[in-house]
Design a protein around this ligand. Structure first.
Ligand SMILES: *Cc1c(COP(=O)(O)O)cnc(C)c1O
Length: 369
């Protein structure tokens, strides 16, 4: 078998919801009501129920969701927020945009999730929030963090990659004081453009997020606080409601595909398959293996038409964006080690067994050579 196997293939998902989306969009277009409206409220209620929380506020994107959650918690200049060094940059950008200081910490070398002891050790008098990231689709050790962090330190769960994942039966987006998620098109629940949400059991916090994301305005032209504009578009809400109805099935298909990779790779020397933390049922936003001489292996996969990727090639402290933290190579050994070895294999709900066999066969050849 030959041919291109993409990292993510969104076409099949669109085909599944195309009619429903067309019908829903026609209703929005007929009313020319593009911001707010019953579609947004309906999706918020549906997503809250899915995540097992009382409140969901739709916002413009996942980065805004993180920033709004931080602002709602009162974070600002002079405060510190603890963030894993091995995450997508948005987690730390949101902290920077509040004016607070990003304090990076290392990950566990096996699960690549935030290291609980490192997070606890990074807490100072100025620490307001710790932001564990549900990286690659498995919930971070948030109950374990809660157990060791001082009560005054809040937890913001970055659930951008974990829609539908569970840890000991509890669903992602319901951990910590508040959670932020992203509906960027390539996420497990993807919109047709940018979108995101904040979820929380705390109704007051949810109202504060809603206020801050709507120009600080509870009623038209009243602005008791300074906010900004970050709303979930009505057209996106229609897409998200249609896709949410299928998300459990799509996540189950991802799990089956992940299990198949793990089985196929069991006998392949030189490839370390993902480690799932105790109690976790991941949703496999990404299936990330580790190999030596990763860049060579990646080159061979690309040469064979296999759309493997790296999430993420550079730990945050080694990016230009966070150079002013003054942390050089060696600051976070685990994050730096895994950044050189990680390789994301093609994974999407509709990937076929034949496609996965081909990925594994090319990968096995590449690591052997
Ligand atoms: C995608 C993502 C975000 C940001 O989401 P956007 O909608 O792209 O702003 C934040 N954190 C993590 C871990 C992500 O993967």
């Amino acid at each position: 078998m030959t041919g291109h196997i993409p990292l993510v293939d969104l076409a099949a998902q669109h085909a599944a919801v195309a009619d429903e989306v067309a019908e829903g969009w026609a209703q929005v277009l007929a009313k020319t009501a593009f911001v707010g409206g019953p579609q947004v409220a309906a999706f918020e209620a549906e997503y809250a129920a899915f995540a097992g929380v009382a409140n969901c506020v739709g916002v413009g994107n996942g980065t805004d969701a993180l920033e709004l959650a931080l602002r709602a918690l009162g974070v600002g200049p002079g405060d510190e927020c603890v963030v894993p060094a091995n995450t997508f940059i948005a987690t730390a950008e949101a902290v920077a945009r509040t004016g607070a200081t990003t304090v990076l910490v290392d990950c566990d070398v096996d699960t690549m999730l935030i290291n609980v002891d490192a997070a606890a050790a990074a807490v100072t008098d100025r620490t307001r929030v710790v932001i564990p990231v549900d990286l690659y689709g498995q919930v971070a050790p948030i109950p374990e963090l809660r157990a060791v962090l001082p009560e005054r330190v809040a937890i913001l769960e970055d659930a951008a990659q974990s829609q539908g994942a569970t840890r000991h039966g509890q669903t992602a987006g319901s951990f910590g004081d508040v959670a932020a998620t992203s509906f960027y098109p390539g996420k497990n629940l993807g919109a047709y453009g940018d979108a995101g949400a904040v979820t929380t059991g705390n109704a007051e916090l949810a109202e504060r997020v809603r206020l801050l994301g709507a120009h600080g305005s509870p009623r038209k032209y009243e602005h008791p606080v300074l906010g900004f504009n970050s709303r979930l578009d009505t057209l996106q809400a229609v897409v998200l409601s249609a896709k949410l109805r299928r998300l459990a099935d799509w996540n189950a298909a991802r799990r089956a595909a992940a299990d198949r990779y793990t089985a196929l790779l069991a006998d392949v020397d030189g490839v370390t398959t993902p480690v799932v933390a105790d109690g976790n049922v991941p949703v496999w936003h990404l299936y990330v293996v580790r190999v030596a001489d990763r860049d060579t292996v990646l080159g061979k996969l690309h040469a064979e038409g296999i759309g493997a990727g790296i999430h993420y090639p550079t730990p945050l402290h080694l990016t230009g964006a966070f150079a002013d933290l003054g942390l050089g190579a060696g600051a976070f050994p685990n994050s730096e080690l895994v950044a050189g070895e990680i390789l994301s294999l093609p994974l999407f709900p509709e990937i076929t067994e034949a496609q996965q066999q081909r990925v594994v066969s090319v990968l096995a050849d590449a690591v052997r050579a």
